[in-house]
Design a protein around this ligand. Structure first.
Ligand code: C2E
Ligand code: CA
Ligand code: CA
Length: 552
């Protein structure tokens, strides 16, 4: 926004300025004309000594007249100056309200106007505009770990880097937090120029941010939208609001695809978001309606073929969408903060189901990294076990390698307190994440689960997988039992048998099934206890304390 002192456009404003001062001046001038016409020539003649002296009263009136004109004129000047100052102050206030105080960029409010203006200007030249949303990845961690002043410094530096690369006419704004946007004109049909710029932005932001005491590496995600189609034809979207909304959807998509990337808006993103919103509202409703149910997948001893336990896998029985897999709803439940609630309800059901099974059968439960951020997770889980009177040694918690990046200290103490009560901890999907050997050695895991992407290699000619063999020998070296996931056919099973002493699970043994199907299966095998323990302990008024859980 430019500070300009323009002419008043409001007639009332103009009148306000003129009315008093001009009134006085005009009245004085009229009087001067009236009296001055007669008195002035006489006075001049008297001064030159060629005439008689004029009437003294009239001379005084003339002088008073002149004084009034000077007064009126000065007053008029003063008023004009005051009004100019006031207008300048107003413009400054408007400017302050339109810029971000930290970075001095535009803010969300002013960006809308700036985008509309730029779009209109570009349109008159036949040019397109691109609107670009930028969001720093994991910026919250910078604030949390290094404090807000470090976070602020990163934001200011980021602004400078972005501004340095933007074309002259571009407008750049901080929309809030770690979210920025710019809008720039480009030659219609040449969106690749915008791509080039975005790539340079990624390169620039990838340079470490040097702060007095530390150096930080940051990445960002970007969403782009243009008001022209890729071929240069004018699109249907022609207003700033749609442009911004589309860039936002593209940014959301970039984040969902794993961050540190950019996308141009595509119409499919809109339906993707609509579907996601549908799932989100469905989850909220489904939770209160008890639509989330545990399914169970058999876990078997490879050598003996004996059933040793089940892994609980969540399913959503949605009345509208049918049976939904956890890959779809778990990430959304994590995002909207409902994973704890969902998981705890599933656990309660699973403990109740598994109590009816033979005591020798274990129950494995998947725990999301989000749940492990809660320092009271272990305490709450143990309380649930006590309330359900479920023996801790029959429970296995499965955590993935991604849990280990978050807060290793917290995860470690949680693992230790659960193990102290007899709960076992498995490292799930091993090999797909980034756990180090160091972590494997230092964290007291009870089991490694070999991811099915590696296990499926055993089906290939030769029935060997170097990775599976390496993981097996690693497990043996660290004295950690192993489970192979995704055993889909006999061939894989045979290959696993050659590797010896493993547990396995997979579609070869059966698809995951609900509690009723499991009960029928166990009944046929004579492995149902009938849940006698249930009767003994669920009196609501007598929930034993954690300290009373038997050590294994
Ligand atoms: P996971 O822990 O790796 O679970 C194994 C997944 O592989 C399950 O998918 C299972 O149905 C599937 N599977 C089992 N055997 C085979 C096979 O032989 N071939 C193939 N192709 N697939 C097989 P599902 O049930 O869709 O679960 C997907 C993921 O969702 C799970 O992967 C787990 O990470 C997560 N999950 C499931 N239930 C929960 C839960 O209650 N809480 C949390 N946080 N995550 C859960
Ligand atoms: Ca698992
Ligand atoms: Ca797994």
């Amino acid at each position: 926004m430019v500070l300009t002192d323009h002419e008043p456009t409001n007639p009332l404003e103009a009148a306000e300025r003129d009315i008093i001062a001009l009134g006085i001046a005009v009245a004085s001038i009229i009087m001067l004309v009236g009296t001055g016409g007669a008195v002035l020539p006489k006075t001049v003649a008297a001064l030159l000594g060629t005439g008689s002296s004029p009437d003294i009263i009239l001379v005084n009136a003339l002088l008073l007249n002149i004084a009034l004109i000077i007064f009126g004129w000065r007053r008029y000047r003063e008023l004009t100056r005051e009004i100019a100052e006031r207008r300048e102050a107003e413009a400054r206030a408007r400017l302050l309200a339109s810029i971000d105080p930290l970075t001095q960029c535009l803010n969300r409010r002013s960006m809308f106007e700036a985008t509309e203006e730029l779009r209109a200007r570009a349109a008159t030249r036949g040019e397109a505009v691109a609107y670009c949303m930028i969001d720093l990845d994991n910026f919250k961690q910078v604030n949390d770990m290094h404090g807000h002043s470090a976070g602020d410094a990163v934001l200011v530096m980021l602004c400078e880097r972005v501004k340095a690369l933007l074309p002259r006419e571009a407008q750049f704004a901080r929309l809030g937090g770690d979210e920025f946007a710019f809008v720039m004109p480009f030659q219609a049909g040449h969106a690749d120029r915008v791509d080039d710029l975005v790539i340079r932005l990624f390169e620039s932001v990838a340079q470490p941010f040097q702060l007095p005491e530390l150096s930080l590496e940051m990445t960002m995600s970007i969403g782009l939208a243009a008001d022209h189609e890729a071929d240069g034809t004018i699109g249907l979207v022609v207003d700033a609001a749609t442009l911004m909304h589309r860039a936002d959807m593209a940014l959301y998509h970039a984040k969902k695809q794993g961050r540190y990337r950019y996308f141009w808006f595509e119409p499919s993103m809109e339906s993707e978001i609509r579907f996601r919103n549908q799932i989100e509202t469905g989850i909220r409703r489904g939770l209160s309606n008890g639509e989330f149910v545990p399914f169970y997948e058999q876990q078997v001893d490879v050598d003996t073929g004996a059933l040793v336990g089940f892994e609980m896998l969540a399913r959503w029985r949605s009345p509208q969408l049918g049976l939904i897999s956890p890959d779809i709803f778990v990430p959304i439940a994590e995002e909207i903060g409902l994973i704890n609630d969902m998981s705890e309800r599933l656990m309660e059901q699973a403990f109740a189901d598994a109590r009816e099974w033979d005591d020798s059968l274990t129950l494995s439960i998947n725990i999301s990294p989000v749940q492990l951020r809660d320092p009271w997770f272990a305490q709450r889980l143990l309380k649930k076990l006590v309330a359900a009177n479920f023996p801790p040694p029959r429970l296995e918690i499965e955590i993935t390698e991604s849990c280990l990046h978050e807060n290793i200290g917290l995860v470690r103490s949680m693992i230790i307190s659960l193990r102290n009560q007899g709960v076992k901890i498995s490292l799930d999907d091993f090999g797909t994440g980034y756990s180090s050997l160091e972590q494997l050695r230092n964290l007291p895991f009870d089991r490694i689960k070999i991811d099915r992407s590696f296990v499926s290699e055993l089906r290939e000619p030769g029935n060997r997988s170097r990775i599976v063999e390496a993981i097996v020998s690693l497990g043996r070296g660290l004295d950690l039992p192993l489970t192979a996931e995704g055993v889909e056919d006999e061939e894989i099973l045979k290959a696993l048998k050659r590797l010896g002493r493993l547990k396995a699970q997979g579609y070869f043994y059966g698809q995951p099934e609900d509690a009723d199907a499991v009960r029928t299966r166990l009944k046929a095998a004579g492995m149902l206890t009938g849940g006698q323990m249930t009767m003994a302990s669920t009196a609501a008024d007598e929930v034993p304390s954690i300290s009373r859980i038997a050590r294994p």
